[in-house]
Write a protein that binds this ligand. Structure first.
Ligand SMILES: O=P(O)(O)OC[C@H]1O[C@H](O)[C@H](O)[C@@H](O)[C@@H]1O
Length: 301
């Protein structure tokens, strides 16, 4: 069996090699594990709640319809908690779908106001349909999202989207991230905008930055002493958030364990978060990220 469903999870294995597989928690449609040839690619906190009581600390939480917290009280999204409602809702498993790749296995999950977190849809009362497609090949995981505003709805709505991927790494101090040089960056800790001119991103302290309008031809690579651990390719996701909580912030997160876990993770989050997307009744918006294996490739400015 390549697709196995339980009450709370779906496990998808590659038919040619069962040690290449991913696991999705129906709560948040959160990918909580993605293994290639038995090696785990994602970080999952040992204290992550997997019972639906809290968004998952690790894996690939989904951020919709707002990234962070909207501060303008006039904006209807300001009523929602940090990172919106998709990661706090139990999605419907829609079954297998046709893969794009010859050797791919694909499954789909859906979220609509009828099944989404009731307390949160009361705060943001719009009609929406989210279809998440996850496709596994022997060397990649494609995560595709389609957001629609049904033709029957009366109003348009504005939203952000983001794949909040927690990558597993060996040691944050040996890790760097490539190909974001020359881009506009907003430092969420210093509250400052500037152009990043450093050749690679390195980590010596808490890090929380939004790189915006990064051309989709740029792949982002997470590299450990010359070895590429992860490669992220994107379509329609121009912004990238890079986050590591470091010592103090990790200590303050009850669901982050072990407390030294910040050494073994980095979030590289592909999204559309600088500007809102405006969707009118009958319109659709699609985007995707592909986690794959690639050789080290520096892309000059
Ligand atoms: O604790 P959470 O709500 O899951 O957010 C975790 C993190 O998400 C993003 O990376 C933001 O840029 C950070 O500022 C935030 O701390």
């Amino acid at each position: 069996m390549t697709v196995q469903e339980t009450e709370t999870k779906v496990v998808v294995s590659h038919p040619k090699d069962h040690s290449t597989q991913f696991t999705v928690l129906k709560y948040g449609a959160t990918v909580i594990s993605y293994k290639t040839k038995g090696n785990e690619n994602l970080f999952l906190s040992e204290a992550a709640k997997l019972d639906g009581s809290k968004p998952v600390r690790g894996g690939i939480p989904l951020v919709f319809p707002v990234f962070g917290k909207e501060s303008d009280p006039v904006n209807p999204l300001s009523k929602l908690p940090q990172h919106g409602l998709a990661r706090n809702s139990t999605w419907e498993f829609l079954g297998e779908s046709s893969p794009k790749e010859k050797d791919g296995v694909a499954v789909q999950f859906g979220l609509y106001p009828e099944i989404a977190n009731e307390e949160l849809t009361k705060l943001w009362n719009y009609d929406f349909t989210l279809i998440l497609t996850l496709e596994l090949t022997e060397s990649s995981l494609r995560t595709n999202i389609e957001v629609s505003n049904p033709i029957s709805s009366k109003t348009d709505f504005k939203f952000h989207w983001l794949f909040h991927t927690y990558f597993k790494i060996d040691d944050i101090e040996d890790t760097f991230i490539t190909n974001l040089t020359g881009n506009n960056v907003y430092d969420q800790l210093l509250k400052e905008n500037y152009i990043d001119k450093l050749p690679v991103i390195q980590f010596q302290e808490e890090f929380d930055k939004i790189y915006s309008n990064v051309d989709s031809s740029r792949m982002v690579q997470i590299v450990d002493r010359g070895e590429v651990l992860h490669t992220v390719k994107r379509s329609q996701l121009p912004d990238l958030v890079v986050w590591n909580p470091w010592i103090e912030k990790s200590a303050g997160m009850a669901d982050f364990e072990p407390k030294t876990g910040f050494k073994n993770m980095v979030c590289v989050e592909a999204g559309h978060v600088k500007n809102y997307i405006d969707l009118k009744p009958g319109e659709k918006w699609t985007a995707e990220q592909i986690l794959c294996e690639e050789k080290l490739k520096y892309q000059a400015i």
